[in-house]
Design a binder for this molecule. Structure first.
Ligand code: UD1
Ligand code: UDP
Length: 383
């Protein structure tokens, strides 16, 4: 029997690790599956745990309002010491590039416990973009003994850094496993679509507006390197677009980080209700978010995970960043980098709304990030 500990703490890690937890739990004769959450995100993590019905064995509960990188790193490392000593796992699995992942990997290394890195090998090669994620994933890659690379390109990045080929497994990204699970659930659960509609209406957006031929631009933003001027410029561009396109709805489920909310208020005012075709709403549960993404015409985001999900749903993605560690969809033409420049955002969104040829080119459904069986591959590699 192998004791596997999965450690995660933020919303995207939870979405991408949840199907893996479920897959390990299908094999109780081979694996003792232990889940440790750091609670780096409290509310946004708990939303995901509820949806996938995961009850963590350990919860470090580290989140503090306005935490910085020092707080998160120190609290995860100290918290993991006791958890590792009590649980004594044979292997620790971490995900991606958050500070939870790197600090948990370092803690496991301090106890000489091997680390498996899920979503390994993504690189921009610019340590300040995205910051601190690029350095986080490089460091985690140095610590890890097993690298689960989502694509051949991420495998190549690891080979270029001298990682031995027998330590790398190309698996696809577990986000596609999660996405397919949700899409199937929405399709096959009677009345679920109606419930999600009702949930969205309660959150502040009525999807019936779209039945009248209106289009939807779905927006998210949270990157640290965009804090300050970048966010102000993004918000100004969005404001201009809402005025230019009164027949299009702009829906922005806001991340809970206060650094993201401040510039929204600076540009749109203190009262974010009744802004016509602009809807600022609270972060959505994963099911509602995917439901809304399926209805979107365009996705405007700086998120990592959404860059992987939206192309699978055939949605053009404009990425408000200067670099991406996910060039596969960029090469396929369904994702485009627009940075945080005001003119660029206004022009690129306008072109997708006004120019059907451009829209059709960018909206073919492609899925370079996986086939929905990444978790099975990871489990069979470790079995
Ligand atoms: C973190 C990750 C980032 C990931 C992002 C996904 C790091 C350094 N950053 O950034 O890689 O892309 O999550 O969303 O690991 N907050 C709440 N409730 C929540 C979540 C956040 O109130 O459920 C607020 C708190 O005030 C918290 C702040 O947001 O202090 C920042 O959270 P933090 O995890 O430090 O940074 P993120 O920007 O969320
Ligand atoms: N997401 C969600 N609710 C929201 C916004 C996003 O469930 O209101 C999901 C989204 O589908 C994706 C993940 O959260 O799977 C992305 O998280 P985020 O953008 O916070 O982090 P990143 O992927 O950039 O690290």
């Amino acid at each position: 029997m192998k004791k596997i500990m999965l450690v995660f703490g933020t919303r995207p890690e939870a979405i991408k690790m949840a199907p893996l937890v479920k897959e390990f739990q299908k094999h109780p004769e081979t694996f003792d599956t232990v889940v440790c959450v750091t609670g780096q995100h409290r509310q946004m993590l708990d939303q995901v745990l509820d949806i996938f019905d995961i009850k963590p064995d350990y919860d470090l509960n580290i989140m503090q309002a306005g935490q910085d990188l020092f707080d998160v790193t120190a609290r995860v490392i100290i918290g993991m010491r006791d958890v590792l000593d009590e649980a004594k796992p044979d292997i620790v699995l971490v995900h991606g590039d958050t500070t939870t992942s790197t600090a948990a990997a370092l803690a496991a290394f301090y106890r000489q416990i091997p680390v498996g890195h899920v979503e390994a090998g993504l690189r921009t090669h610019n340590i300040y973009s995205p910051w601190p994620e690029e350095m986080n994933r490089q460091l985690t890659g140095r610590i890890a003994s097993h690298h689960f690379a989502p694509t051949p390109l991420s495998r190549q990045n690891l080979l270029d850094e001298g990682v031995a080929k027998e330590r790398i497994t190309v698996t696809g990204n577990t986000v596609i496993d999660a996405l397919y699970w949700v899409v199937d659930k929405i399709k096959n659960t009677p009345r679920l679509a109606d419930e999600l509609k009702a949930e969205l209406r309660k959150a502040g957006y009525d999807t019936d507006r779209l039945s009248k031929g209106r289009k939807l631009v779905l927006i998210t933003g949270h990157r640290r390197e965009n804090f300050g001027d970048g966010f102000i410029s993004m918000c100004k561009a969005i404001k201009t677009l809402t005025e230019k396109y009164p027949d299009t709805d702009f829906v922005y489920p806001m991340h809970l980080n206060p650094n993201v909310r401040r510039p929204i208020h600076d540009v749109f005012g203190e009262d974010l209700s009744n802004l016509g075709n602009m809807f600022f709403i609270e972060p959505l549960e994963y099911l509602s978010f995917v439901f809304l993404m399926e209805k979107a015409h365009i996705v405007l985001t700086d998120s990592g995970g959404i860059q992987e999900e939206a192309p699978g749903l055939g949605k053009p993605v404009l990425v408000m960043r200067d670099t991406t560690e996910r060039p596969e969809a960029l090469e396929a033409g369904t994702v485009r980098l627009v940075g945080t420049d005001y003119d660029r955002i206004v022009n690129e969104v306008s072109s997708l709304i006004d120019n059907p040829d451009h829209y059709n080119q960018m909206s073919q459904a492609i899925n370079p990030y996986g086939d929905g069986q990444a978790c099975e591959r990871i489990v069979s590699k470790l079995g």
